[in-house]
Design a protein around this ligand. Structure first.
Ligand code: GLU
Length: 428
């Protein structure tokens, strides 16, 4: 191999390493376990899910043809308790992504101290191009395909990218039919009338809002009038923009998959919320748009990536102007970018902490389903507030005392309970 080719290959490997979510997660898990003094065998156990299922789902389409979809369910580790995590419907879903996402769910559960391990599911499909009934058949088919390995005491799914309470309702109905009894505790993120919890829909954004508030305190930023940029206008991004706006911050830019809107005086969030569709698309209605890439580099106090993975990389990390970056999406910042931003003195509140509000209220929903007694919105929000503030401070203090960035600190906090549970069970 000539030298040039070899260099190109090494470069590609490094590039893969940094943008491959599973590999980069494994790197930080290893670092966290090393710092906590665990043996290599603990890493060997935790670096991949303990169980991974691939399913093929035949779906009768509206034109009477049959289309075969591929779906996955990953269960990372069940030493602490049943596994838990969402199901995403997206054309770009891959095995490695679902595996990495299941590990992150374990970390989130550890950080907010829930009695769960992590799980995650995904189906390769584009729900934007499917009809309501096709989506129903796909959702039910997926549950039939995975029903043997899931359940209220085994693995509890929930919404994720492009899935919602209607999809959860179909899935719960299908599971209940298979098991021949009503099983609200099989899945969370359900509509209220089917045993959903108050506050679940906005829970991720509420959790992110609390993290922004706490991070701003440490950095001496007054949220009143602070300039906030939100990438992504889906469930997390849209609720978050509203909460920030209501808290007196100026949301100066938002974006969807097609582009970004910018107004240094603050956007009219209520108007944008009215105009968005169920997939969070709104920018198509405007001509004066920026690209997502340009938006990330605009001047602001707080940047919230609330869309997809690998948005802040070594290419643009040098140009990010925000003082605080709060990750509402899963995996928006690569490890190299984390290093660059940390060296530049930026504060990154990592995904596994910032977006843990969703699974926290999912846990509340499951508890309510199990006891058959339902809580008020005030009770849910008060409990969420307590959990998020405690978790934020725990991770922040760990970062300070261990002299590490908040991502590594969050991994250390998140992995510890699971590792201890594995040890007590005698697995490692
Ligand atoms: N999909 C969400 C997440 O990534 C929520 C998972 C859940 O509620 O179980 O955290």
């Amino acid at each position: 191999m000539v030298e040039q080719e070899r260099v190109a290959e090494v470069r590609n490997e490094t590039l893969d390493e940094s943008t491959n979510l599973l590999k980069s997660t494994q790197i930080v898990i290893k670092e966290a376990l090393d710092k906590l003094g665990y043996h290599q065998s603990m890493f060997e156990l935790l670096k991949e899910p303990i169980r991974f299922l691939t399913v093929r789902i035949p779906v009768r389409m509206d034109d009477n043809s049959v289309k075969i979809f591929t779906g996955y369910r990953a269960q990372h580790n069940d030493a602490v308790g049943p596994t838990k995590g969402g199901i995403r419907f997206h054309p770009d879903v891959t095995e490695d992504e679902v595996k990495a996402l299941s590990i992150w769910m374990s970390l989130k559960s550890g950080i907010v101290d829930l009695p769960y391990g992590g799980g995650k599911g995904g189906i390769i499909c584009d729900p934007r191009e499917m009809s309501f009934r096709e989506l129903e058949r796909l959702s039910r088919g997926y549950v039939r395909a995975i029903s043997q390995i899931v359940g209220p005491t085994k693995d509890i799914p929930a919404p994720d990218v492009f899935t919602n309470s209607q999809i959860m309702a179909w899935m719960m109905d299908e599971y209940s039919s298979i098991k021949e009894h009503d099983s609200p505790g099989f899945i969370t993120g359900k509509p209220l009338v089917l045993g959903g919890s108050h506050g679940r829909e906005s829970a991720t954004a509420k959790g992110v809002t609390i993290c922004i508030r706490e991070a701003a305190k440490w950095r001496g930023i007054n949220l009143e009038g602070a300039r906030v940029i939100v990438q992504g206008f889906g469930n997390a991004g849209s609720f978050l923009s509203k909460f920030m706006h209501d808290a007196g911050a100026k949301v100066v830019a938002i974006s969807d998959v097609y582009g970004a809107l910018y107004d240094p005086n603050g956007l009219d969030i209520d108007d944008l919320l009215e105009r968005r569709d169920s997939f969070g698309t709104v920018t198509k209605q405007f001509t004066n748009t920026l690209t997502n890439k340009e938006m990330l580099e605009l001047d602001c106090d707080v940047l919230v990536p609330a869309a997809i993975e690998n948005q802040i990389t070594k290419e643009n990390a040098h140009r990010i102007q925000a003082e605080i970056i709060v990750e509402a999406a899963n995996g928006p910042t690569t490890l190299e970018a984390t290093k660059i931003l940390t060296e530049r003195g930026k504060l990154i509140v990592p995904d596994v902490l910032a977006s843990a509000g969703g699974v926290t209220v999912s846990y509340f929903e499951w508890v309510q389903n199990n006891q058959g007694y339902y809580w008020s919105i005030e009770e849910v929000e008060e409990k969420l507030e307590q959990v998020m503030v405690k978790s934020f401070n725990n991770v922040y203090q760990t970062a300070q005392t261990r002299q590490v960035d908040m991502r590594l600190a969050a991994y250390m906090v998140g992995v510890r309970k699971m590792a201890e549970a594995c040890r007590f069970r005698g697995w490692v």
